[in-house]
Design a protein. Structure first.
Length: 187
């Protein structure tokens, strides 16, 4: 994935729902994205501890049809989605129980798991995915959205009108923690 060429703009790249067969490509993209795009905000130890559990593939999003990918010449260069389930973040690898569904009349949808190939960063991919997510969230009957954003993701969500609820740290292995930002928006 390191050799994917990048044009000046990605706004016209096709967006589609992720499929189970995309999981290996997502498992390659996520660590690449994290190690490059989160490096300004988190230490190498924090990023490595978060990979797999906090930063990883959630197949439930794929099965629910709420996870998008952006491709260029058959290579996935970005991904992200939303959820009608209780989990606010994280891969399915650490989940031992079913993730219960939320009630759109009372609960907030979740925006989850945005990752972009470093060569394609800041070219509109996450923005296009975010637009698709918000449209799908509204169509599903939700009127509020919650996000547990990384420090790197906070500016994107703020640009979409999400407000900070609070800042806190996710506990991880070896006494490490990951600073995150809980954000919300009424649609």
């Amino acid at each position: 994935m390191d050799s994917i060429p990048s044009p000046p703009k990605a706004a016209t790249l096709p967006l589609r729902l992720a499929r189970e067969e995309d999981v290996p490509a997502l498992q390659t993209l996520i660590p690449l994205s994290v190690r490059a795009l989160q490096a300004t905000y988190y230490s190498p130890a924090q990023m490595e501890a978060a990979l797999g559990g906090v930063f990883g593939v959630d197949r439930q999003l794929i099965r629910d049809g709420t996870y998008f990918v952006v491709e260029e010449n058959g290579h996935i260069v970005g991904c992200g989605g939303w959820s009608r389930r209780l989990s606010l973040y994280g891969a399915d690898s650490l989940r031992t129980e079913p993730d219960p569904e939320l009630d759109p009349a009372h609960d907030a949808a979740r925006v989850r798991a945005f990752f972009v190939h470093p060569a394609w960063a800041r070219r509109g991919i996450a923005r296009n995915i975010m637009i698709a997510c918000e449209q799908a969230i509204i169509a599903a009957g939700f009127r509020t959205v919650d996000i547990v954003a990384t420090l790197a993701g906070e500016p994107l969500y703020a640009a979409f009108g999400y407000t900070v609820m609070n800042r806190y740290e996710l506990p991880m292995a070896d006494g490490l923690s990951l600073p995150v930002v809980r954000m919300t928006k009424r649609l």
